[in-house]
Design a protein around this ligand. Structure first.
Ligand SMILES: *Cc1c(COP(=O)(O)O)cnc(C)c1O
Length: 393
């Protein structure tokens, strides 16, 4: 046993390697893909220009010169970093302005910025729920919601995806000190929309806190990009809304918009807010500029909607079953991770980047290609995608 291998290599590092090899064998290994240019409707990868159908840059604002310039201007005015949490000295007038704008967009009294949407979900769930409480969570909720539920120490009851009847049963059967219902409004991997009127009604009937994650709806849905509630004409009062700046708003960061008391409570009790350096000014400046464009250019939303309808209709016409998507997220369910990876490669050969989404991001047996459209795509781009998708197996 005169091995030159370090003890770690044959011990815990070896274990990690074995696990990675296992992932490989199951077609579940993940790697980082690095485009050489920015985030536009095409991406330069391995020396090729690929049509980008895999980003969350819904309105095409991430590379918009007005947004980029606003980011630069904010950095020039307030520095590259704020170097402290908001509660020390890491706040700027831009942070306050953005919170006011987000609260107004969401029809809420106040808003609070977090460093990411992920942290906003952790922050709100861990502050509002604790051991003895119960969180009722949609089966397909995002990992950040699942992690928030776990970290809160509250009990979690998972209801079937978008099944308000199941949620009602669980609410009736589960006593708790406080009850929270949490759901995405637009589901990130399916593009379908939660049964929002029923969720609102059940929350009222059971005196439960309703937390809605609008990551994929903010800026995209509603007459002014307010989100999914506005699209349905629902009153947001009393609802705790989570969102991100990292998708349609072309920046980075997350937020919670809610009643002023809730926001005040989060400032005092939400650890991912309290113990985290505030967003850099550039991110805040970019989001402010994106909000201006969201308000001024509704044609971006209309075009995005038309592109999504064209893609969904085209897939139906090609013989694929309806997906349930109502948004710019258009999934093509393939089942196995192998099949999803094979189609990813085939599309890539045709000059289209749309990445395979595999477990644990989606449930076992539902691996897929998820097409995410961008408002700066053309109808020709959609037709190119449709031409590259093979008929269903
Ligand atoms: C992307 C996403 C988040 C996380 O937002 P980040 O700002 O990227 O951390 C949270 N919830 C949902 C539903 C998402 O899709």
């Amino acid at each position: 046993m005169a091995s030159t291998e370090s003890p770690a290599a044959s011990g815990w590092l070896g274990e990690l390697r074995d696990e990675l090899d296992d992932l490989d064998r199951q077609s579940l290994r993940r790697t980082v893909l690095t485009p050489r240019d920015g985030q536009g409707e095409t991406l330069s990868i391995d020396g090729r220009e690929l049509l980008n159908l895999t980003s969350n840059n819904y309105l095409g604002l991430a590379a918009d010169s007005r947004v980029v310039e606003a980011a630069a201007e904010a950095a020039r005015a307030y520095g590259a970093s704020v170097s402290a949490s908001r509660l020390l000295c890491g706040s700027t007038p831009l942070h306050e302005e953005l919170e006011g704008r987000l609260a107004a967009l969401k029809g809420q009294e106040a808003a609070l910025l977090y460093s990411s949407g992920y942290l906003a979900n952790l922050g709100v769930l861990t502050a509002l729920a604790r051991p003895g409480d119960v969180i009722f969570s949609d089966a397909l909720n995002h990992a950040s919601i699942i992690d928030g539920c776990r970290l809160s120490g509250a009990g979690t009851q998972v209801y079937r995806h978008c099944d308000a009847g199941h949620l009602a049963e669980l609410l009736a059967a589960t006593p708790a000190r406080r009850r929270l219902i949490v759901s995405e409004t637009v589901f990130s991997m399916d593009g379908d929309v939660a049964p929002l009127p029923s969720l609102v009604e059940l929350a009222r009937a059971h005196d439960a806190v309703l937390v809605l994650d609008e990551a994929h709806a903010t800026g995209v849905l509603g007459p002014n990009g307010e989100g999914a509630l506005a699209r349905l004409g629902l009153d947001p009062e009393g609802i705790v809304i989570v969102g991100t700046l990292s998708k349609a708003l072309a920046s980075a960061g997350g937020f919670v918009a809610a009643d002023a008391t809730v926001i005040d409570y989060l400032v005092n009790r939400s650890r991912p807010f309290i113990f985290n350096t505030a967003l850099p000014p550039a991110s805040v400046g970019a989001a402010l500029a994106a909000l201006d464009i969201v308000a001024a250019e509704p044609e971006r939303r209309a075009h995005l909607d038309a592109l999504a309808t064209r893609l969904r209709d085209g897939l139906l016409a090609a013989g694929y079953p309806p997906s349930g998507s109502e948004t710019a997220i258009v999934p093509l369910l393939l089942g196995s991770a192998d099949a999803a990876l094979a189609l990813e490669q085939r599309l890539r050969d045709a000059g289209i980047l749309s990445r395979a989404i595999r477990p644990p991001t989606v449930p076992e047996g539902t691996a897929r290609i998820r097409f995410n459209l961008i408002a700066t795509h053309t109808t020709d781009d959609v037709d190119r995608v449709l031409a590259a998708v093979p008929p269903p197996a």
